[in-house]
Design a protein around this ligand. Structure first.
Ligand SMILES: [Zn+2]
Ligand SMILES: [Zn+2]
Length: 255
């Protein structure tokens, strides 16, 4: 459990070679120091049998925690280091030994069977066609309905990439994000999640990886979060040291 307000300038969402990232935990910490952060959270993505090559393997968790904990001491005079876990809604793994939890959902749940939302665009479209008869709004409703419980399910301190379901929808390419069905779906999830008091990420990873020009969530959703009394925190979701705190100077204004 962490109080994000006490962390100063921070980036708590990043992945390393323990998942599908390209840099080591130490390289991420050094980059965070160079960028002048007060706190860096080196995170791993919780294990799930599905798409498991993208996630930390269960047997690597103790080594990952020990490595990040050693960095806390090594760089104590330069930066505060935390060890985090991005806990997928459908992971059943423990979050013990981590300093904080980012609660994220990456799957549709159709009758107990889960289907990736963000693996790649082709897979995403295939899911929409086969599981939702081509109805993007029905897919979005499915996503937000599950997401509404992400804090309860994962024990999250931070809510990850709230509108991940729009990853391939830059410029409303596939569906209208002002459509009443879409708006109602996310508002219902927001209403439930805001009651938890946990901050929502402004996640710039989707920009650094070239999928969107705006971070998650959309500016409409950010406005709604603020109107409902919710809070926000910047995160990079970086998979490479060069993207730690990516475009934080630009998106700071959204806070
Ligand atoms: Zn994620
Ligand atoms: Zn992530």
């Amino acid at each position: 459990m962490i109080d994000v307000k006490s962390l100063g300038k921070c980036d708590l969402h990043m992945h390393t070679v323990y998942c599908d990232g390209k840099s080591t935990p130490e390289e991420m910490v050094l980059s965070a120091i160079e960028k002048g952060l007060d706190t860096v959270g080196v995170a791993a993505h919780s294990y799930l049998a599905k798409d498991s090559e993208c996630y930390i393997q269960q047997e690597d968790v103790p080594r990952f925690q020990a490595e990040v904990n050693a960095l806390k001491i090594k760089y104590a005079d330069k930066i505060r280091v935390l060890c985090g876990i991005e806990q997928e809604y459908f992971s059943e793994t423990s979050t013990n030994g981590f300093d904080y939890v980012i609660g994220s959902l990456h799957y549709f749940n159709v009758d107990g069977e889960i289907y990736s939302v963000d693996l790649d665009e082709e897979t995403f479209l295939d899911r929409i066609n086969t599981q939702f008869k081509g109805d993007f709004y029905s897919a979005a409703e499915n996503y937000y309905q599950t997401l509404a419980d992400v804090v309860e399910k994962t024990g999250a301190d931070i809510i990850g990439h709230f509108d991940l379901v729009t990853k391939y929808n830059d410029g409303d390419k596939y569906f209208d994000t002002k459509h009443p069905r879409y708006v109602n779906a996310y508002k219902k999830a927001l209403a439930k999640l805001i009651k938890t008091g946990k901050p929502f990420e402004i996640n710039t990873g989707v920009i650094s990886r070239g999928y969107r020009k705006q971070p998650y969530p959309s500016s409409d959703i950010i406005k709604e979060i603020k109107a409902m009394g919710g809070t926000l925190i910047l995160s990079s979701d970086s998979h490479h040291e060069k993207n730690v705190a990516y475009q934080f100077d630009i998106w700071q204004k959204l806070l």
